[in-house]
Every structure is written in structure tokens, then in C-alpha cells.
Design a protein around this ligand. Structure first.
Ligand code: FAD
Length: 476
């Protein structure tokens, strides 16, 4: 019998941000999509009431926007409708001073978005496709990749269910079970690293303006940071005029600050302008009761097994959150994956032999290209941890930023600041690092030349602030 009229079936495991966008992309290719999610539907009122996700809000930038735009459904504008644009960092000193540091040119900004709303909007759009079936409360237990047989635990009635698929996409997050199943089948390179930093979220409510209306407690168009070298506090605005603050601190410090008095003393000493805005009582209540998260980097490769399975998003590459790129990178995975499927002429129908032609070669190319880029952004995210909690307060760092910005305005395509390449372009992450290394060489050369007239400051500047990244990135 001919399979010619049968649509290809894809099973996407994980209806988080990346899995749901990927389901939409596959549906638009004309594939039949089964989207499996272990949790209940997050849009149900009873689930909403109890929900506490990984982080309340996220910074969405060009890579993520580009993938939303490329869906052809105007998803970027839908999501931006309820986003708060952030044009700059606001650095808060211990003395309570605030210094604004622009992210890029005047019109360039990142966007604070509500994680739950973003996921809910994507689910609602996915549901509108007649060729997407969403299965909530389906926990992937096991996958026979060669047979395309997936076993789920559903917790209701007859709890174990088996489904068949032509292709499996694992978008089931950092602790991916799809990845574990893949590892049983291929010789996967795998490394993971936990950093000695925990995080805890605190809420900063709106204040009342003179007309009695709610107003943001801090300037809403900034990402606020209180950098203190070994720990830091950050705050991102939400559309409802609250801020979500995140305290990043070594686990041991969390353990030591174990009484109300110690916590308040610490906040008043280190982040004093934040205390009246959060409120002492709420600060203490949330510090002790909100969950504490850990931060992991995961690098692995390859991402696929023949033409049977692939992992994307955090399942393939978890990173520390300091570049605000985890979701952006996952969304870009989806765009890159589908452009490679297009390039290899992968169709929506099975061929007569029951295979999906071009898929195996497409997956080889995807794994190779994307693992290089994902490993690069994992390294950059780790580097930005140092930059955000420490370097931003250094005059040398600021001088280099200024010099780079001047060179960028004079030679816009030759010199592009690293932050701009990562957040405001879709240049491959691995290329961004290579370019940055080349630029640093030129900046050092310029600085060395100007040192003659600038009392040697320029040379010191280029060398000191080029070094840490160059050392870390020497493998690129
Ligand atoms: P997840 O969001 O983890 O979703 C995985 C889904 O799979 C979940 O719904 C889960 O329930 C489901 N699942 C898991 N196992 C199974 C199973 N066995 N069967 C079925 N379903 C399963 N990124 C940014 O771009 N910008 C930011 O500003 C930013 N800030 C962050 C701040 C913090 C504190 C943290 C921790 C992360 C941040 N990130 C940020 C990263 C971002 O949260 C992740 O990269 C993103 O959520 C990854 O999406 P995902 O869909 O791949 O995985």
C-alpha cells in the first residue's frame, strides 16, 4: 500500500514555551501534531491560582521575536501588546545612587513579558489548529525511538497510554526525559554544571501617585540591578505595574540569613533603597516562603537520533539566566530547525516507503549547527553572571563600553558591541563570539595607540576588559 497520502506525525513532548511554539510551526507545515504536557492545562482557573513557575517574567529580545514573527501569525505583536520595553540597565549603588546604562542605540530595547501569559497565548493559538491535539497530564515515561512508540503516565483511569509517532521532538526542559531516552540510543556528549547560586523571587507592589492611581515603584523602562560582586538583586517590571525582584546569592548565604532581623539588616545594608519599596513585612515573608531555585548549565550533542527524534530548548541546552537568552535561544531553535527542514525539502506527507525524506540529513545539519551556537550562549550566559554582579560598576568596564559604542556609531557593521549582537540581532551566537574576539583585538590596538596620549589608561582598559572573555572564549 502507498503511504503517499498519509501526513507525517510528530509528537512534541513538553507544552512549555518552546514546545508549544514548535507545535505551531509543525502544524503550519501541514504535519499532524500531538503535543504532550505532564502538567494540567495552565489556563484552568484552579491551576492559575496555585501556579508558581520558574520565573514570573522574562526578557524577550530579537531572537525570540524573530521566531514569533516568522510563524506568520503576527505572534510577535500579540506578545508585545502586553510587554514593558526596557531600554537600559539601572545600576543601584550601595549608597542608593542610580546610574543608567543604555543597552544599545536609542530605539533598541528588550521586552519584559509575563511568562504565564506568553505560554497561555501560545497554547490558545495551538489549540485553534485542527491538526494539533494537546494532551495534558501526560508524563512521558519511555520511548522506543526505532518503533516511534511512546509511553505516558496519565494518572487517570487506565493510567498508562501508548502513542505512535513518525518523529519525536523533546521540548521537556532541563531535566528532559526525552534526552535520557536519546542517551540510551546514541553516544551523546553530555556535561552539566550547577553554580553555587540560588535565586528567590520577591514582589515590589505599585505605589500610589498623587491622583491615587497605581504607579511603578521604580522607572519601568529599566532592568534594575544592585550588583554586589558575590550576590545581586535585580528587578524587572510587569505590565500590572509591579516589579518582580530576584535575589541571586550563594546557597550558604541564604542559609546564614536565617532570621527576620538578619534578613532585614542585610537588605538595609546592601539594597537599602529597595526595602521601603518592597516593604519590610512582605520582604521577610517572601524571603522565607518563596521557593529557592538552583541554576544549571547543560551542554550536550548531538541533539538527534537519525530521523526519529530531536531535542530542543532547555532539554538540549540549559543555561544560567544572566543573558536573558534561555527562551530566546529555544525560540530560535524552532526557527532554525524549520528553516533547515525547508532547505532539505522535508514534506508534510510520508513517502511511499513510509519514510520522511530529507529528515535524517536535516537533523544532522541541525544538531551540528545548533550545538555550536547553544554551547556558545551557555558560555556567554556564564560570563554575563560576572559582568552583571561585578563589572558593571567598574570605571574601566564603562569606559570600554563607551569606546565600543563610539566605534559602533562610526563603523556600524565592523564593530558591534557584544550585547547588541546577542540581544538585537540574530547573528549566530558562535559568530558573535568570534566577531567579539576580533573586535577586542582592534579595540586593544586602538587603545594601545591612544595610550601615548592618554597616559596609558586606554591600554590598560582594552587589555583588562578584553582578557576574561577572551580567555573563556579561546576555544572559539
Ligand atoms: P520549560 O519551560 O522547562 O518547559 C518544559 C515543559 O515540558 C514543561 O511544561 C514541563 O511540564 C514539560 N515536561 C517536562 N517533563 C515532561 C514529561 N516527562 N512529559 C511531558 N511533559 C514534560 N530566558 C529568556 O529568554 N529570558 C529571560 O529573561 C529568562 N529569565 C530566566 C530567569 C530564571 C530565574 C530562569 C530559571 C530562567 C530564565 N530564562 C530566561 C530561561 C527560560 O525560562 C527557559 O529557557 C525556557 O523556559 C525554556 O523553555 P522550554 O520550553 O525549553 O522548557
Amino acid at each position: 500500500t502507498s503511504n503517499d497520502s498519509k501526513p507525517c506525525r510528530v509528537a512534541v513532548v513538553g507544552a512549555g514555551l518552546v514546545g508549544t511554539l514548535n507545535a505551531i510551526y509543525f502544524a503550519q507545515r501541514g504535519w499532524h501534531v500531538d503535543l504532550f504536557e505532564l502538567r494540567k492545562d495552565m489556563r484552568l482557573p484552579e491551576v492559575k491560582a496555585t501556579q508558581r513557575g520558574k520565573s514570573i517574567n522574562l526578557a524577550l529580545s530579537e531572537r525570540g521575536l524573530s521566531a514569533l514573527r516568522n510563524s506568520g501569525l503576527d505572534l510577535d505583536n500579540l506578545i508585545l501588546e502586553a510587554a514593558v520595553p526596557l531600554h537600559a540597565r539601572m545600576v543601584h549603588t550601595t549608597a542608593g545612587l542610580q546610574m543608567s546604562q543604555a543597552y544599545g542605540k536609542k530605539d533598541q530595547h528588550i521586552n519584559a513579558v509575563d511568562r504565564a501569559r506568553l505560554n497561555e497565548e501560545l497554547l490558545t493559538i495551538a489549540e485553534e489548529f485542527s491538526n494539533i491535539n494537546i494532551h495534558f497530564e501526560h508524563n512521558l515515561m519511555k520511548a522506543d525511538l526505532d518503533k516511534g512508540e511512546l509511553q505516558f503516565f496519565t494518572g487517570t483511569g487506565n493510567p498508562e497510554k501508548t502513542y505512535h509517532t513518525d518523529f519525536l521532538v523533546g521540548a521537556d526542559g532541563a531535566y528532559s526525559r526525552t534526552r535520557t531516552q536519546l542517551m540510551r540510543r546514541i553516544r551523546m556528549y553530555y556535561e552539566q554544571e550547577y553554580i553555587d547560586t540560588a535565586y528567590c523571587e520577591l514582589t515590589m507592589l505599585p505605589i500610589k501617585n498623587k491622583n491615587g492611581e497605581d504607579e511603578f515603584a521604580l522607572d519601568p523602562h529599566h532592568l534594575h540591578i544592585w550588583p554586589r560582586h558575590t550576590f545581586m538583586l535585580i528587578a524587572l517590571p510587569n505590565p500590572d505595574k509591579t516589579f518582580t525582584c530576584t535575589l541571586f546569592m550563594p546557597f550558604g548565604m541564604f542559609d546564614e540569613l536565617n532570621t527576620k532581623e538578619l534578613v532585614l539588616d542585610f537588605f538595609k545594608r546592601e539594597f537599602k533603597d529597595s526595602v521601603p519599596l518592597i516593604g519590610e513585612e512582605k520582604l521577610v515573608e517572601e524571603y522565607f516562603n518563596n521557593p529557592r531555585g538552583s541554576l544549571i548549565t547543560i551542554k550536550c550533542k548531538p541533539y538527534h537520533y537519525q530521523d526519529r527524534a530531536v531535542i530542543i530548548g532547555d532539554a538540549a541546552h540549559a543555561m544560567v539566566p544572566f543573558y536573558g537568552q534561555g527562551m530566546n535561544c529555544g525560540f530560535q531553535d524552532v526557527q532554525v530547525l524549520h528553516s533547515i527542514l525547508d532547505k532539505h525539502g522535508v514534506k508534510a506527507k510520508l513517502s511511499a516507503d513510509g519514510k520522511i525524506h530529507g529528515l535524517h540529513q536535516a537533523m544532522e545539519e541541525y544538531s551540528k549547527e545548533r550545538s555550536e551556537d547553544a554551547h556558545a550562549i551557555c558560555d556567554l550566559a556564564m560570563y554575563n553572571h560576572y559582568e552583571m554582579r561585578s563589572a558593571v560598576t567598574s570605571p574601566l568596564y564603562l569606559a570600554r563600553k563607551k569606546l565600543e559604542a563610539v566605534l559602533h556609531s562610526m563603523f556600524p557593521t565592523a564593530v558591534i558591541p557584544l550585547y547588541t549582537m546577542v540581544s538585537f540581532t540574530t547573528i549566530r551566537y558562535s559568530d558573535a563570539i568570534k566577531r567579539w574576539n576580533r573586535q577586542t583585538w582592534w579595540i586593544n590596538a586602538t587603545a594601545t595607540a591612544s595610550a601615548v596620549t592618554a597616559l596609558g589608561i586606554g591600554a590598560g582598559l582594552g587589555l583588562r576588559y578584553g582578557r576574561p572573555l577572551i580567555d573563556a572564549m579561546s576555544k572559539y
